[in-house]
Design a protein around this ligand. Structure first.
Ligand code: LAN
Length: 750
């Protein structure tokens, strides 16, 4: 029941679909690294009881007791915490189903199919259930039988061809009525030949298409000088080898897929003619003529005449080296579940089934999988542990409850978790190199796979994953600082939490943050911007926009601004001048990024409600609020003009695609309502009435046990792909209710 209200997300599960026994699934938490296990024996089951968090992830009743009905916003926040606290995992953090993108499981399943390393029976059964549960059938997205780029999207060739193939590889017969519907949808879209680059790449690996259909991704690009960091090297490696599943021609299933995925006869397809063919449903970001032209040169001139075997070998060797560096720096987990199966395949091709690299990859793929009541899915990353934990801590400190004895053990565990997740080393070899300086500065070097310094930072999921992100560093730093400075209100000389992290380690984090500012003043996500945005003319992805270089984001910029702002209050003497300059330039950038209608465009949450909340927090650090700033008034007006009659806000993911506000088809959303309330409170908006109505909505939607139910999807990346943040429905309403109570005094919002 917990995941009960999944608006618009339900497909059609047939009662005859195989299902595992959900009472046997367990989540192992090894210092934050997550793996799901299906217990086979009764002894195992008896020895390892299912926790409330596991029941929650599986969409079942968690046994959380009904609570006294909240009469005031603060009581509602406390009820929310009471429920959320039960979801904390053994090592002190929070976890969640991190689904949304519909192109990740295909990479996993194709890789395991062609390397003949299968999933367990239980996993396969549940992966099939998941894909059917999100198929566009019934009332979902017109019910045409396909899949889109992400769970809430309309059907596309990419989604449909890839997930259809995945289900077939997992053993679903072509005659299943839902598969027939899916084929019908694919044929209406004119078949798999009109898929984007990515679909063509994976289907060529599988041997269902031929490599001629794939626009070239030659690894030679990586032999160019370092200042052109342009190509995705893992694809290059496999492309260069033109590797194909060796049994493709003899495998009956592959031969069937060759008939099922196309509207014309497979043998007669002239593959090279379809290199640039793409369905309008998939073409979010058309390629430029320049890129088409360059591809033509590669195909007509470079590959047949100029690319000697020696060049190819040299380029392959270098891209292989880059793959190995990525593996070493992420313990074979890779940046995300999108490149993890590609690196897995590369290691298989280069080193074989019995190599350490392949075996370790195969294990690590597991960490990206997540079990739900609707089946098993592949997450966007190996989780969101550090990010959600930092935000969760702040929702409590932000509302003045962190000193209370009843929350002490929860918060102390969370603090200790963050301590274990800070990077204590840069990428391999970095510190020993001449590039290293203290404090670190952003330097680009092929020697370190172009990685930014990372010592002192935090990542999004775990330290194991190996990448820092500007805002993950910042939010974690804030969480640690806020807890370590929490005092007993009756005796402010008394600290509530021990000093788990020393000044030394906190200053490393600040050093990292300061190294991430761009010349614009703004801050990007993983690194500083390393090339001109004009490189977008070479964007070959078709399904994504704004991906060739890093961009400045109001969200990341704000996280960094608020982190150094807080740090400066606690340690006023460290790099005082640098911090001052950093903040001034960053907030100036935020001001410039405001649009004419008073809003900010969000890149990581949907959309204007998310970014506006961050931007107003940045301005608040400079004392810029409703009382003294036209720009802030303007931002508040943008929100007030869009408040629904029921007091809430609801914004559709179409806002991200179109760059214009689009109402959510299901009306107000608890999470977005909470973002706006936080935003307006940061702005010190003086009128109570509109916020009171919003608060009432959040209170009405709260369940008896303190929980909020899942509504529409919350997050986004690359403009077109949505991704879920299930804990936001706890983190932000709790924060908003508590902030409201602090600001306006906690009189009942009846
Ligand atoms: C994420 C998810 C979290 C997100 C926030 C922390 C919310 C953001 O503020 C900074 C960027 C970050 C960390 C982020 C970056 C890119 C990620 C890791 C993802 C969107 C999740 C998946 C994505 C990863 C690169 C896979 C992308 C797939 C492609 C097709 C490129």
């Amino acid at each position: 029941h917990s995941n009960g209200r999944l608006r618009g997300q339900q497909g059609v599960l047939s009662p005859t679909d195989a299902k595992t026994d959900h009472s046997r699934w367990r989540l192992r938490d090894t210092n934050g690294v997550h793996t799901w296990h299906y217990l086979e024996s009764e002894e195992q089951i008896a020895a390892w009881p299912q926790s409330a968090a596991e029941l929650h992830y599986l969409g079942q009743d968690t046994g959380a007791p009904p609570l006294p009905k909240a009469a005031t916003p603060l009581q509602a926040a406390e009820n929310g915490i009471a429920f959320y606290e039960r979801m904390q995992l053994p090592t002190g953090h929070w976890g969640a189903e991190y689904g949304g993108p519909m192109f990740l499981m295909p990479g996993y399943v194709i890789t395991c199919y062609v390397t003949e390393s299968r999933f367990s029976q239980a996993e396969e059964t549940e992966m099939i259930r998941y894909l059917f549960s999100v198929q566009n059938l019934g009332t979902k997205n017109g019910g045409d039988g396909g899949w889109g780029l992400h769970v809430e999207a309309d059907s596309s060739v990419f989604g449909t061809a890839m997930n259809y193939t995945t289900l077939r590889l997992l053993g679903v017969p072509a005659e299943d009525p839902r598969m027939r519907r899916a084929r019908g949808c694919l044929y209406d879209l004119n078949g798999a030949l009109l898929g984007p680059h990515w679909a063509k790449w994976w289907l060529s690996v599988l041997g269902v298409m031929e490599w001629d259909v794939v626009n070239p991704v030659p690894p030679e690009l990586w032999l160019l000088p370092d200042w052109v960091p342009i190509a995705p090297y893992r694809w290059c490696y496999i492309w260069s080898k033109q590797w194909v599943y060796p049994k493709a021609d003899s495998d009956p299933l592959i031969r069937q897929l060759r008939q099922e995925l196309f509207t014309q006869s497979h043998d007669e397809i002239k593959w090279a003619r379809y290199r640039n063919a793409i369905s309008p449903a998939d073409n979010y970001h058309p390629k430029t003529h320049l890129l088409d032209f360059l591809n033509l040169i590669l195909v007509l001139l470079w590959i047949p005449f100029l690319r000697t075997a020696a060049i190819a070998r040299k380029a392959e060797a270098w891209t292989w080296k880059l793959i190995q560096m990525e593996d070493a720096n992420t313990d074979y987990g890779c940046l995300a579940t999108v490149n993890a199966p590609m690196n897995t395949l590369a290691c298989f091709v280069a080193e074989g089934l019995d190599s350490h690299s392949f075996k370790r990859h195969r294990e690590k793929l597991h960490e990206g999988m997540w079990m739900t009541g609707r089946g098993m899915l592949v997450c966007g990353t190996d989780g969101l542990q550090t990010w959600d934990t930092s935000l969760s801590i702040q929702s409590l400190t932000g509302i003045g409850l962190a000193h209370e004895a009843r929350y002490k053990s929860m918060l102390l565990e969370a603090l200790k978790f963050l301590e274990t997740q800070q990077f204590s080393e840069h990428c391999q070899g970095y510190e020993a190199s001449s590039l290293y300086s203290d404090p670190p500065t952003a330097k680009l070097s092929a020697q370190f796979a172009y990685r930014h310094p990372r010592k002192g930072g935090w990542g999004f999921s775990t330290k194991c994953q190996g990448y820092i992100v500007s805002d993950c560093v910042s939010e974690a730093l804030k969480a640690v600082l806020l807890l370590q400075t929490t005092t007993n209100p009756k005796d402010t000389s008394q600290k509530v939490f021990p000093e788990v992290m020393s000044f030394e380690r906190l200053r490393w984090a600040v050093d990292i943050i300061l190294s991430m500012q761009n010349d614009t003043g703004g801050i990007a996500s993983y690194e500083t911007r390393r090339g001109s945005t004009k490189l977008e003319v070479l964007n070959a992805a078709e399904v994504f926009g704004r991906i060739m270089v890093e961009y400045d984001y109001p969200e990341c910029t704000t996280s960094c601004v608020t982190a150094v702002h807080l740090f400066r209050q606690v340690y006023p003497d460290y790099r005082t001048k640098d911090i001052e300059t950093f903040m001034t330039r960053a907030v100036d950038w935020i001001r410039k990024d405001q649009r004419e209608d008073g809003s900010w465009y969000g890149s990581w949450g949907i959309c204007f409600t998310y970014a506006g909340f961050f931007a107003l927090e940045s301005l608040a650090t400079q004392g810029e609020t409703y009382a003294n700033s036209e720009r802030v008034q303007w931002a508040c007006k943008f929100f007030l003009d869009r408040q629904n009659a029921d007091g809430g806000w609801g914004e559709s993911y179409k806002s991200c695609e179109t760059g214009r506000w689009c109402d959510h088809p299901d009306g107000s959303q608890v999470v977005q309502t909470a973002w706006v309330v936080c935003a307006m409170l940061e702005a010190k908006f003086p009128h109570r009435e509109p916020l009171e109505r919003a608060v009432r909505l959040m209170m009405e939607r709260q369940q008896e046990n303190g929980e909020w139910l899942q509504e529409g999807i919350e997050g986004v990346f690359n403009k077109s792909c949505m991704i879920s943040f299930p804990n936001y429905k706890f983190i932000f309403p709790i924060k908003a209710l508590g902030m409201y109570a602090r600001h306006f005094s906690d009189a009942g919002a009846e």
